[in-house]
Design a protein around this ligand. Structure first.
Ligand SMILES: *Cc1c(COP(=O)(O)O)cnc(C)c1O
Length: 231
């Protein structure tokens, strides 16, 4: 049987080792547990082991899990992150139920999230998803369009622009994994040089986490290495 607490512990241990190896500040990389298509019981194991940040890709599934957690997390300590593609008609529920959205890649989506974020909640933290490998996926904005979207998002009162996110094409070679993440890091630096205040770089998954930490990730999004393969 898969031991979630042990997997979590080992991933966190690896993050601390990589931080040291690549001269990153101790504790500067946080762990988002990606629980899409994973059983609620496994998430509960992770929660009981101390994990409080969960990432979900599909709204209906996420809303069911958020509701199911209510009785276990009465103090509302869990931070929910939406990391999947966003359809326009889903923005209201996302704005109401999540603390973070990593996959903003379009001005209309940003505008709707800002308008629909309830005023009694803190501004919604967002990352802009960048498409670095053009041929792979349709998600993410092209690097050349990032400046105008970032400036627009930074001006919206109910959004808090935190950083950039990417899902690069899978690469087995460590040097190639680093290359893609380095591109995102440079883009992030360029935005900061323009005076846009960013503190987050959301990159790295189960198979490329070391490369991401080496290139400056502040948040890695890990699914299978914690929960096992998805059902
Ligand atoms: C599924 C997913 C992850 C986690 O991937 P693993 O390979 O299971 O670690 C991270 N980010 C996004 C956007 C995902 O869709």
């Amino acid at each position: 049987m898969i031991n979630i607490a042990n997997n979590l512990f080992r991933i966190i241990e690896r993050l601390r080792v990589y931080e040291q190896k690549y001269g990153r500040k101790p504790g500067s990389v946080s762990l988002l547990a990606v629980s899409k298509h994973q059983a609620f019981e496994k998430m509960l194991d992770a929660f009981n082991a101390g994990q409080l940040a969960f990432g979900e890709n599909y709204l209906q599934e996420a809303l069911m899990k958020i509701a199911a957690f209510a009785e276990y997390d009465s103090a509302n300590t869990i931070e929910w992150h939406f990391i999947g593609p966003i359809q326009r008609n889903k923005t209201r529920k996302i704005a109401e139920h999540f603390s973070w959205v990593h996959s903003v890649d379009d001005i209309t989506i940003a505008k709707r999230l800002n308008e629909q974020r309830p005023l009694h909640l803190p501004p919604l933290s967002i990352c802009l998803q960048v498409n670095l490998s053009h041929e792979m996926s349709k998600s993410g904005i092209e690097a050349s369009d990032i400046f105008s979207l970032a400036k627009y998002c930074a001006s919206l009162p109910q959004l808090r622009l935190r950083g950039l996110m990417t899902v690069p094409a899978p690469e087995l070679e460590f040097a190639k994994q680093r290359q893609a993440f380095h591109q995102l890091f440079l883009l992030w630096q360029a935005l900061r040089d323009q005076g846009i205040d960013l503190d987050s770089l959301s990159m790295g998954m189960s198979d490329d986490v070391e490369a991401a930490v080496a290139e400056g990730a502040t948040m890695v999004r890990i699914g299978r290495a914690i929960f096992g393969s998805r059902g």
